[in-house]
Ligand binder design. Structure first.
Ligand code: SIN
Length: 319
């Protein structure tokens, strides 16, 4: 087991901050309203005003998108991956920070992990309260993310929220309201940001097999179509049959427990597979992984959550 220096040294170089929207850039009509706000209203340059940059030499900002992350799609992922690839290749850049909505942060993080496998840090951060809340959490999260991005030796796609540093393969939104809204399941977090310094407790994310940037389609409709279906009490095959008729190329099933699927849904998935649709089983449980397989079982995605398995399958279908 590698030993980590709990007082990781920070280097003073350029940090690029890419804005994509989210609650961190949200505005509420009344400062005390942490629920009825509009996400993605404040520009990234304005968000950084008043956020102390610690030991960072220079900050460069870019507004890549301005959306509520529930509306995230492949065209924004493509634009974001291309801007990250551009800045990662610049020797003067120490790391990248991305401001993002919490709702699909884990999907964007996994997409960038799978496509860039960066040797520098790419740190996503977010907020659960809008920018003009009476007690906003965004400025502290942004400051913490910059501290991680400027830490010497930091690498990989990371997520920073409420002082906790997660790796892209493991991070999931686990709470709908709390400021500490993310978890890393069994793997646990990579570290913690304390008074502007990273205390690392495990290694950086393992670099994934990078598969970008290639000539991805510009419009989301032109990407491989992969849908998620859920196995539950009373599940049937009608949804799967309709999706196959509609030309779906891949199906991820959010299965019960260790990847078990209701027999009626399973029969439809086997028929879809026989018709040339790629099928992957995942678990709808928040923690753990799908292990082992009975003879003839549908293939499984191991530790990947349904939304991350969907991204993996999309990328494989387009490879
Ligand atoms: C979003 O995901 O863009 C809105 C919700 C949030 O950031 O917490």
């Amino acid at each position: 087991m590698q030993a980590f220096d709990s007082s990781s040294e920070q280097v003073a170089r350029k940090i690029v901050v890419l804005g994509t929207g989210g609650t961190i850039a949200g505005l509420a009509a009344a400062a005390g309203d942490n629920l009825g706000y509009q996400a993605a209203q404040v520009g990234i340059a304005q968000l950084l005003q008043g956020v102390s940059s610690g030991s960072v030499d220079a900050i460069q900002t870019e507004q890549v998108a301005q959306i509520d992350s529930k509306d995230m799609d492949a065209s924004v992922w493509r634009a974001l991956a291309m801007r990250c690839a551009h800045w990662l290749a610049d020797d003067s850049v120490q790391g990248i920070v991305i401001t993002h909505g919490t709702d699909t942060l884990e999907e964007t993080a996994y997409f960038l992990h799978a496509t860039l496998a960066p040797a520098k840090p790419v740190v996503l951060t977010c907020a659960m309260r809008p920018a003009n809340a009476a007690m906003p959490d965004g400025p502290q999260n942004l400051r913490d993310a910059m501290a991680v991005a400027s830490t010497a030796g930091a690498r990989g796609v990371l997520a920073v929220c409420a002082g906790v540093v997660h790796g892209a393969p493991d991070v999931r939104k686990v709470h709908a309201y709390r400021l500490d809204a993310f978890g890393s399941g069994d793997a646990g977090p990579i570290g913690y940001v304390e008074e502007g310094a990273l205390r690392q407790v495990r290694d950086w994310p393992q670099a994934a097999r990078a598969c970008a940037p290639r000539q991805w389609p510009v419009t989301p409709e032109a990407w491989a179509r992969v849908e998620i279906v859920t196995s539950h009490a009373g599940a049937g095959g009608a949804l799967v049959q309709a999706l196959v008729r509609d030309g779906v190329q891949g199906l991820v099933v959010a299965a019960t427990g260790n990847g078990s699927v209701h027999h009626a849904l399973e029969a439809a998935l086997h028929q879809a597979q026989a018709a040339g649709v790629r099928v992957l089983r995942t678990s709808r449980c928040d923690q753990g992984r799908v292990m082992g397989a009975a003879a003839g079982a549908l293939p499984h995605a191991g530790p990947l959550s349904p939304v991350k398995a969907r991204i993996q399958l999309m990328l494989e279908l387009m490879a």
